[in-house]
Unconditional design. Structure first.
Ligand code: TRP
Length: 337
């Protein structure tokens, strides 16, 4: 039986929130305990500087994301957990891949096209206004992340499917031109992972500014839960769990039995104030222990740094020989050899 390689990157531009946890972090940590799988999880900090030119934020977010994954139980011995910028082979591979990637393929990337469309709709007559080469080449860096480690399965959100198709295109092009060194990766969309709504009822997302940080201090957590939008039904009226953000967040953490129990209370009529208090107490209880570990890690960045250094060492045991093979394939090697 061959080991399956699962790989995903986390862009370091924000603070992990409840939606990140149930949608990505929890399923990734669960997947990494499967003995048939080798997981590579990394902080995509070279991707983050495309979107975010605030150095403090990029730096702080790297610490927060790393600390969150570790506090939530990622086993950094079993999986390979590293920071993209610690792997110098990745930008080198990015360059080589750039030389087999059609510019026309990048012209079709959704994120780039959306930026151009926005310029064209606005006052500026320059379609390229504010668009960097980093944004334009984003999919090539992402292809290098994936192809470097021969990952077959890449868990991502729906918005990343096109990037995976591009990675396959780029890999196939290289394999055809030179040698079949690359595995063609598949996007893996987790249909079971819950998509949480945020404070205003829209999908919880940092771009909507409606998130609940996973490790908000107790007082802040209570405040945010009290802010979640509800309808204006009186306490005694039966409530519909299907359209209720409070119910949905509870369900993402609770057991099937606890959820069934709450469903009955909704049918019988429950006051929003009481429900919010209950949700707060439940979440606070569940998050208290990982929050304590998280705080401990954030207060000891050297320890996180050590774990990442160890991860980089493990990752480079793969990336060094891989880049070497790629360089040879394109004709870059010592003279006389
Ligand atoms: N682009 C991904 C996102 O925004 C992050 C990412 C970077 C990634 N490199 C990756 C995801 C490689 C999967 C594989 O979510």
């Amino acid at each position: 039986m061959t080991q399956q390689i699962v790989l995903t990157g986390i862009t370091t531009t924000g603070t992990p929130h409840l939606g990140n946890y149930v949608g990505a972090i929890r399923p990734a940590i669960a997947a990494s305990s499967n003995p048939e799988v080798t997981s590579f999880y990394f902080l995509a900090d070279y991707h983050s500087i495309i979107k975010c030119q605030d150095p403090q934020r990029v730096h702080r977010s790297s610490l927060e994301v790393a600390a969150a994954w570790i506090a939530l139980g990622l086993d950094t011995e079993r999986s390979v957990f590293y920071r993209q910028s610690d792997i110098p082979e990745i930008p080198e591979l990015t360059w080589i891949l750039s030389c087999v990637t059609a510019k026309g393929l990048m012209n079709r990337a959704h994120a780039y096209k959306a930026a151009v469309a926005e310029n064209e709709a606005g006052d500026s007559k320059d379609p390229d206004k504010g668009i960097t080469m980093g944004l334009f080449c984003y999919p090539i860096l992402m292809a290098a992340d994936i192809l470097m480690f021969r990952a077959g399965r890449v868990p991502v959100g729906k918005d990343q499917i096109q990037h995976l198709e591009m990675a396959r295109d780029i890999a196939a092009r290289f394999n055809h031109l030179y040698e079949p060194l690359f595995v063609l990766p598949e996007a893996e969309i987790n249909a079971q992972a819950a998509v949480l709504s945020g404070l205003d009822g829209r999908k919880m997302s940092k771009s909507y500014n409606n998130t609940i940080p996973l490790f908000a201090p107790e007082k802040k957590l209570r405040q945010l839960i009290m802010k979640i939008t509800t309808n204006s039904l009186p306490p005694e009226a039966p409530k519909d769990p299907a359209t209720c953000t409070l119910f949905q967040i509870y369900q993402a953490f609770a057991t099937a039995e606890e959820t069934a129990d709450l469903r009955r209370r909704y049918a019988a009529g429950i006051g929003w104030g009481e429900m919010k208090q209950m949700l707060f107490a439940y979440l606070n209880d569940h998050l208290a222990e990982p929050r304590r570990r998280y705080q401990e890690l954030v207060d000891h960045p050297d320890h996180v740094e050590q774990l990442l250094a160890r991860g980089a060492e493990k990752a480079r045991a793969h990336s060094r020989p891989m880049l070497d093979a790629v360089r040879r394939a394109v004709g870059i090697r010592a003279l006389g050899s």
